[in-house]
Design a protein. Structure first.
Length: 173
């Protein structure tokens, strides 16, 4: 490489860097920052309660968060709460990033995200890697919800039961 070509490349790199100076990094949205703050508050509250904390405290926090939601998400969250409790009574309700979630052994299995949470057009029922929904090499881990009919409620109940089942068809390495 000649001296002039090295110099030209160096100048180009510097120009590209200088061109980026005026641009601002967008980073996290206000909603994402708020969710992270909620998560930190949840961790602090859990630490204050201690390990032997009453499950009713965590459930009352989840119900309070659901009560803050706007319709129709509030109605869906209330129904989902009832479905999860009936389908998997071993799951413990808790808040997770400010969202109603349901955990086993302290690890979130599933959660409900209202449409308002991140200003999306639909609410979401999500499942974490702790959920036993493995099916072949690919399976869904989140579902968009616009309303809950009897058919969706039955499907959700079956998914939650499967999620807490102990056997895995594709065990993690």
């Amino acid at each position: 490489m000649t001296e002039s070509s090295r110099s030209a490349k160096s100048t180009t790199r510097k120009a590209a860097k200088k061109g980026d100076v005026g641009k601002t990094f967008q980073g996290f949205t206000d909603e994402e920052r708020a969710a992270m703050k909620e998560y930190l508050q949840e961790k602090k509250a859990a630490a204050r309660r201690g390990r032997g904390a009453d499950k009713a405290d965590a459930e009352s926090e989840v119900l309070a968060k659901i009560a803050e939601m706007q319709q129709p998400d509030r109605a869906m969250a209330e129904r989902l709460h009832a479905i999860v409790k009936a389908s998997a009574p071993t799951l413990a309700p808790r808040l997770w990033y400010g969202m109603p979630a349901y955990a086993r052994d302290g690890k979130v299995v599933c959660f409900f995200q209202s449409a308002q949470k991140f200003k999306t057009r639909y609410a979401t029922l999500g499942f974490m890697h702790e959920a036993n929904l493995d099916e072949g090499a690919m399976w869904p881990t989140a579902f968009a919800l616009t309303e809950l009919t009897a058919a969706e409620e039955a499907r959700i109940g079956a998914l939650v039961k499967k999620a807490v089942s102990r056997g895995r068809s594709n065990p993690m390495p």
